[in-house]
Write a protein that binds this ligand. Sequence first.
Ligand code: 1CP
Length: 361
Amino acid sequence: MTNTAPVSARRDLPEAPLLVAAHGGTPSRIPVWFMRQAGRSLPEYRRVREGVAMLDACMTPELVCEITAQPVRRHKVDAAILFSDIVVPLKAAGVDLDIVPGTGPVVASPVRSARDVAALPELEPTQVAPVAEAIGLLLGELGDTPLIGFAGAPFTLASYLIEGGPSRNHERTKALMHSDPETWHALLGRLSDVALGFLRVQIEAGVDAVQLFDSWSGALSERDYREFVLPHSTRVLTGLADAGVPRIHFGVGTGELLGAMRQAGADVVGVDWRIPLDTAVRRLRQAVPDGPAPVVQGNLDPALLFAEGPALEREVNRIVAEGRAAGGHIFNLGHGVLPDTDPDVITRVTELVHGLQPGAE
Ligand code: 1CP
């Protein structure tokens, strides 16, 4: 028997602006997509989600396919992002958790000791088979629009498991990190395996890019980030180095961490709105001085989608101009679309960005 590598179902999309930009090339237009583009802002989303619990929706391939495709149809964005959640692989592996409407993920028995960590189940690829099936459906549905897969980064997943739910201060998480580093690193090791396993399933099923969401890492100092988080996120990102898809690494409030986040091995670094894009590019360059020019994603403040007329257009122009300092720019928000956003404004921003000239200064 010959030993053949698994054949990915991935489409060949050499011209797709998102993928060209992610690889540091000059795309035919500036690619744009929006974090949380599928969701409550869309009436067609609210319609199909009616009476279906979030985690059930995430495990129903036809529904995942429909919801993922909705914003592409409506806004003509340059990427779809898989409709799922960062806690889906944990739930699939057997962790007792739920997504509570209006709150977010809630974990029945928080993980706070070495014994709790040892009891965490491993993710078997078959447990997320419905996600792979949804990706298969999407490859037929999306034409030449790339599909982004994603996973929660070890730190952000750990925060939900340790706190038991959403947290403003991440106090129990930071306490465990400092008071019991051995248990901390054991937990982050297990969660790195979960993230890697979930992303590998998505890549084999055919996603064109992946994003590692470390949404809450901006709560850490750079020193703590480097000691307690960076080695684990690095293992996830470098573990996918030969998978052939661009890796995007994103967190909120990470102005001070951008250099370290690039060093974790990402091809593209997401930038929130609290730091100008050109300043972010400078920090990313300094972090890997011998590397290629950094590619960035971002960084419009999601609240600006509520501003009228010229104020919004001014910000879009500023961000595109600042993005020219980078080796590539994928236009996006600095965090997710807010639920009450007018979807027509999202369509208009997409058109605005597409009307601007791509390329470096
Ligand atoms: O269109 C898309 O962007 C895809 C959908 C998507 C993504 C990328 C969802 C659907 N969740 C996620 C990832 C996710 N989930 C992140 C990383 C991205 C980010 O920072 O926003 C995080 C932190 C979560 C955790 C989570 N799940 C929250 C946040 C809670 C907190 O701590 O503040 C919430 C509210 C959820 C539930 C959720 N996930 C997605 C939707 C549409 C919903 C709401 C569903 C419902 O309540 O029925």
